[in-house]
Each structure stands twice: as C-alpha cells, then as structure tokens.
Design a protein around this ligand. Structure first.
Ligand SMILES: Cc1ncc(COP(=O)(O)O)c(C=O)c1O
Length: 381
C-alpha cells in the first residue's frame, strides 16, 4: 500500500474534506440568488473576523496579484514607496514597484531578523512616501514582522498608506485591520485559510479607498478597486466572472474558522508552532528566525552540518511528507515546513515522526521518538 502524503509545504496547505466538497459542487451562474447570498455573507464575515470597518475584496488571482492590487490602487507613477523587507517576498515588491515607475526605497534585515521599528520611523521622516509595504510573515525566512507596533508608529505618517502582505499570515497570525492601523491587508486562499490556490482577499481602509479615488483612472483594468467595489457591494452585478466554486470553498473555510473561534485559531497556531520548533531543535535543526520574531505559520529549518538537502527531502517524501526547500542563499541549506491552516494534532505527531525516520534513513544521528516526545509534552500543556 502506498503511504499517504501529507502536504506540509508553506502553502498550499492541506484542504479539508468539507472544503474540497465545495469545490466539487455543480457550478452555478454567478447571478444565482443562492450564490449571491453566499458571496455577500462571506464578505461580511471577512470584515467582522479581521475587524475591518472598510471594504473587503475577494477576487480570482494569487497572492502576487493582491500585492499588485494594493500598490496599483494607492500609488501613481513617480510616487515614493518604502519597502520593508525581511526576505524574498518582501523583495518581490521591489520589482513590482520599479515596473510601475515608482521610486522604491528598501530597508532590509538580515535573513532571520526584522528591521527595527525605529529604523523604519527614521526612513519615513526622510521624504514623503505614498505607501509602505511590510510582509507580515516572510515565507522565505519564517520571520514575523511587528505589524501592530509598526501600525502604531504609522499614526505619525498619515499620508503614507500602510500595506501588509498577509499571504503567509492571515488566519494564523493575529491581524486586526482597524486596530493595527492597516490600510491594505492582502492575502491568498491557499495558506492559513486552507483553501486551494486561486483567490486573493483584501481588506481596505477608508483612507486607502479615498486614495484610490484621488488617483482618477488608473492604468490597471482587472485589479482596479473602483471596478470591483460595486460587485463587492452587490455580487449579483458583473465585472469579471467570480471563481464560484472557490468562493464557496472560502466560505466553508470561514465557517470552520468561526466554529473554531478566530482567537482560538490564533492560540492553536501559536501552540503548534512552539511544539514543532521545540521538537525540531531537539532533533538538531536550527530555526532561522530569531526568538521573538518567529512566525507561527511555518518554520524554516537550517540543516545540521553535512546534511544532503536533496537526499533528506527525497527521503521525507518517501516516508510521507512534502516540505519545501530553502530559497536564495539558503537553497540546499534549509527546508521549510508549513504548520498552518486546518491541520491538527495527528499531523504534528506524524510530521515529527516522519522527520525522525528520514533522519535515521539518511544516517544522521537521531534517537527515534525524542522529537515526538517533545511534541507530546507541548500538546499536554
Ligand atoms: C509572504 C508571501 N507573499 C506573497 C506570496 C505570493 O503569493 P502567490 O504565490 O499566491 O502569488 C507568497 C507566496 O508564497 C508569500 O509567501
């Protein structure tokens, strides 16, 4: 019999059966009254869950489209944009902004660390920035930015739109849009929501909507807030065809989140991350992100000296889990493990046990059961 494969890459994450069922439903017209009602309820739920008094958007596309949508609707050619980067996905905003004729300034941290808030404040004082981007969790480093603390500081810079990339965070890391002073929060369906890839979700403050208005006609067509807003107010209207089955799938994911309770979901992610990170360190891996800025949605694990990345990840796949490799300078030196969305205790124990078997088969020193014991202890706390 074939061993089942657990999908433990940092997105897409495992899709629960009830969410899959929504994707398997017979597709209806986007104007179908029952679908329109479902879509409307979903948008309302999203605003309530993430505490946003502004607008919510759900549009077919990926997280990268959300990044582009955030920038396109809040800046115009020639504007200054500040990019706070904690890795590969923070850097993705650089090319995006450059192509749009924006002047992008970047402040970066070493991989595994964050840019201090004071440094961001000093940079913002240098000139007028139309927008600033912060990646909540950079998937390349497993670093979590101090989104709330930065939001507090942003009150000193009311002319700057605060954009948060929540692709690897939203629904796992706490995010309260109004309270944190976030102007645009963007995310994708395939990570902590546990839906298949294909939807971008954004939460937009009134301030950011006003900015969009002040820009007049923008060059972008599909991703224009002003084109989508009437549809988000009344989903029976047409602008471009909504991804009907993915909308249902997201609605089911939101139902699961509400059933769990979003605060409980945040607490669960925190507990699971501590269990996994502790167990993996016990097994000899080093968590790249420094303590104090570690994400709860994934862990980026630097190998012990002498580990053959391809062999190790190959053995892991044979033993039953899929993980991702390191990016950029960490390619071959690290693996990335997602632990977000709709996973449970069984997954945690299996994953650590599988990693122990792969280490054993790779000839690395490992005491079978040691990591599992650490997870078990965390789960009993
Ligand atoms: C933090 C972050 N931002 C943006 C993206 C891009 O999202 P997508 O691949 O859905 O376009 C990713 C993808 O992993 C990500 O992790």
């Amino acid at each position: 019999m074939k061993t089942r494969k657990l999908l433990m890459i940092p997105g897409p994450t495992p899709v629960a059966r009830s969410i899959q069922d929504q994707m398997g439903r017979e597709t209806v017209a986007f104007g179908d009254p029952a679908f329109v009602k479902d879509f409307k309820e979903l948008l309302e739920d999203l605003k309530v869950l993430f505490k946003c008094s502004g607008e919510a958007f759900v549009v077919a596309g990926t997280g990268t489209m959300g990044m582009e949508m955030a920038i396109a609707n809040t800046t115009k050619k020639g504007d200054n944009v500040l990019i706070v980067s904690h890795g590969f996905f923070g850097d993705r905003f650089i090319d995006l902004c450059n192509r749009k004729g924006l002047n992008a300034d970047v402040i970066s941290s070493e991989w595994g660390e964050t840019v201090p808030v004071e440094k961001i404040r000093e940079k913002l004082k240098e000139k007028k920035y139309a927008a600033m981007t912060v990646t909540h969790v950079d998937t390349s480093t497993g670093v979590c930015a101090s989104v709330a603390e930065i939001g507090k500081m942003m009150k000193e810079f009311p002319e700057t739109i605060y954009i948060v990339d929540g692709v690897c965070a939203t629904a796992g890391e706490p995010e309260y849009v109004d309270e944190m002073g976030i102007d645009v929060l963007l995310t994708g369906s395939q990570k902590a929501f546990g839906v298949a890839p294909g939807l971008t979700m954004l939460w937009v403050s009134q301030k950011a909507m006003d900015r969009r208005k002040s820009l007049g006609t923008i060059p972008e067509f599909y991703i224009d807030f002003e084109k989508w807003l009437p549809i988000m107010k009344d989903p029976s209207k047409y602008y471009a065809t909504p991804a009907v089955n993915l909308v249902w799938a997201l609605k089911e994911s939101v139902r699961i989140i509400k059933e769990e309770g979003i605060e409980n979901r945040y607490a669960r992610h925190k507990k699971y991350a501590a269990a996994m990170q502790d167990a993996l360190e016990t097994l000899g891996f080093k968590v790249l992100a420094k303590k104090g800025c570690r994400a709860v949605t994934l862990s980026n694990l630097v190998y012990p000296e002498g580990t053959d990345d391809a062999k190790f990840r190959g053995l892991l796949a044979e033993e039953g889990i899929m993980v991702a490799g390191g990016l950029a300078a960490y390619a071959g030196r690290m693996f990335r493990l997602g632990h977000m969305g709709n996973i449970d205790k069984h997954d945690l124990v299996s994953v650590i046990a599988t990693i122990e078997r792969a280490l054993y088969r790779a000839g690395m020193p490992v005491e079978l059961g040691k990591g599992v014991g650490v997870v078990q202890k965390h789960l009993m706390d």
